[in-house]
Write a protein that binds this ligand. Structure first.
Ligand SMILES: Cc1cc2nc3c(=O)[nH]c(=O)nc-3n(C[C@H](O)[C@H](O)[C@H](O)COP(=O)(O)OP(=O)(O)OC[C@H]3O[C@@H](n4cnc5c(N)ncnc54)[C@H](O)[C@@H]3O)c2cc1C
Ligand code: FES
Length: 277
């Protein structure tokens, strides 16, 4: 059992949960994730390790409650327990001293980006962070990211904060100026956003890394649930990723696989609402 130390709401449906998991805290590296189960019989949910405090033996998870299982997890208050926290899983992020890098986060992807941007800055990179969301209330971790970014640029779809539009507009501006054009780009967020970033950087051949979020079941490379196509070859995001070269990823295939269980999930959420009005 893993104690929930704190659970606070950062944005609509987005929670920051600090969980006591000393062994995970001691060994995790940026880019890795855990598989969480709220109770026996519940679904296994992959969640990025957003941060860790080795001295306190805690890890920080950022959880967007989008379906039945994530809603069950975020409903656990401080003092409650998660049944399983397995990890750290996945390959750590490959960090290099590129010089100038752009880190791009969309929605909850911003939380997943956080440990990565921190590690890139610690390795001596000049980090420009671009974060986007539907509206101001969805913009998260701006101050935390400012602590190690040269600049944090914000875009919102409704123009309520920062530039009106998508993160790609800010990236295009950075790329247009030789003094700000990044040597490497990291993008984490909705699949259409990651695909748009990949298409923008492709003509200039800028190293671009995305963190993929296919459905995962065992997280150990045995079930095949997280299969993605990268460079025309099947890869398992849980053991070969979750980060991949964005220019090699087959995003259409990822879209298809993510929508496979949409009908079942909608029915599951409806059932849950009937049981817990
Ligand atoms: C390596 C990895 C790290 C992740 N890290 C985080 C994180 O730090 N914070 C966070 O909030 N989420 C993260 N996710 C996504 C998270 O695992 C899913 O949102 C979660 O599994 C959905 O479960 P659910 O039962 O609540 O929703 P469901 O009821 O299963 O699904 C609700 C809706 O979300 C879609 N969906 C299902 N699984 C995913 C998925 N993996 N990605 C995107 N959409 C999905 C479904 O098609 C459906 O439309 C990560 C995913 C991966 C693979
Ligand atoms: S989650 Fe089962 S192979 Fe990756």
């Amino acid at each position: 059992m893993f104690e929930v130390v704190s659970n606070d709401v950062l944005a609509p449906s987005l929670h920051r949960m600090v969980v006591r998991a000393p062994r995970v805290a001691a060994s995790r590296k940026p880019g890795q994730f855990v598989i969480v189960r709220s109770a026996p019989g519940e679904e296994r949910i992959p969640l990025t390790i957003g941060d860790a405090d080795n001295a306190a033996g805690t890890i920080t998870l950022f959880i967007q409650a989008i379906g039945a299982s994530t809603r069950t997890i975020v409903a656990i208050p401080a003092g409650g327990f998660l049944r399983d926290v397995a990890g750290p899983l996945g390959l750590p992020t490959h960090i290099e001293a590129w010089g100038r890098v752009a880190c791009i986060g969309g929605g909850v992807g911003t939380a997943v980006l956080y440990p990565l941007a921190k590690a890139l800055a610690a390795a001596g990179n000049d980090v420009t962070t671009i974060i986007g969301g539907r509206a101001e209330s969805y913009i998260i971790l701006k101050d935390e990211l400012s602590a190690f970014s040269k600049e944090v640029l914000v875009t919102t779809e409704d123009g309520s904060m920062g530039r009106k539009g998508f993160v790609t507009a800010e990236l295009a501006d950075l790329m247009a100026n030789p003094d700000t054009c990044p040597k490497a780009v990291f993008a984490i967020g909705p699949v259409p956003m990651m695909r748009a970033v990949a298409e923008l950087t492709r003509p200039l051949g800028i190293t671009t890394v995305v963190s993929l979020n296919p459905i995962m079941i065992d997280g150990t490379g045995m079930c095949g649930g997280c299969r993605v196509l990268v460079g025309g070859e099947p890869k398992f995001a849980c053991v070969d990723g979750p980060e991949f070269d964005a220019h090699e990823v087959d995003f259409e295939n990822l879209f298809d696989r993510l929508s496979t269980y949409r009908g079942h999930e909608a029915a599951d959420c409806k059932l849950n609402r009937q049981v817990q009005p």
